[in-house]
Design a protein around this ligand. Structure first.
Ligand code: GRF
Length: 213
């Protein structure tokens, strides 16, 4: 079966991108990476992508007068690469509703909290301050509102007494690296589909979406 072509959008170190690179290298994984695109020329993840022999592109947002102009160049590159699914992996620019709607149900994101709790930044610090006992990460289809959209999968991470934001972030990141490939696998193989405002999955994958192996 043909593998789903991915475009991965990054702004930084790219550890989630690396998890997707590693997953795509596994025999039988239903996706392959067609493009790694960064909005920052100095993103560490670009080096990792080049080392893996992947096509890379930089679209530096600073060089564009409007978000629309910046996004038009990104969309052209993503389309030229033949990507069928766009994965945001630490991509730190807000996207316009036009871009999000253009890629509707073909654009997914990983966020370091159990959405809808703690959208936005500093999620680990906020989780500790709120006193929640369960934190984690979410992979979701992207909608125009930030960190919002049909949830594909979540991984739960307990908050421990004495946790610092950094310690909690480290454990959540380890969960992210399992969750993102698991969710891409489901979407790429057609086992997770948007129905209205939620994602419907086969009952056989329910456990995977809570604690991915
Ligand atoms: C991750 O915590 C991700 O959930 C968030 O930004 C961070 C990116 O890290 N959106 P990396 O670049 O994938 O290492």
């Amino acid at each position: 079966m043909a593998r789903t072509k991915l475009a991965i959008l990054i702004s930084g170190r790219g550890s989630n991108m690396q998890a997707l690179i590693d997953a795509c290298a596994q025999p039988g994984f239903p996706a392959e990476i067609a493009l790694v695109l960064s909005n920052r020329p100095d993103a560490g993840g670009l080096d990792r992508a080049r080392e893996a022999g992947l096509p890379t592109a930089v679209v530096d947002h600073a060089g564009y007068e409007t978000r629309e102009a910046f996004e038009a160049v990104m969309s052209d590159l993503i389309e030229a690469a033949g990507a069928q699914l766009v994965c945001l992996a630490g991509f730190m620019r807000l996207l316009t509703a036009d871009f999000v709607n253009h890629w509707r149900d073909r654009l997914i994101n990983i966020h370091p909290s159990l959405l809808p709790a703690f959208p936005g930044l500093h999620t680990h610090e906020r989780a500790i301050e709120a006193g929640v006992k369960l934190h984690g990460c979410t992979v979701h289809f992207v909608r125009a509102e930030m960190d919002n959209g049909p949830i594909i999968g979540q991984a739960a991470v307990p908050v421990l007494s004495g946790d610092t934001p950094d310690a909690l972030a480290t454990r959540v990141l380890a969960a992210e690296h399992k969750l993102y490939p698991a969710c891409v696998k489901l979407v790429a193989s057609g086992k997770a589909r948007v129905r209205g405002d939620i994602v419907k999955t086969d009952a056989k994958v329910d456990g995977l979406l809570i604690n991915p192996a």
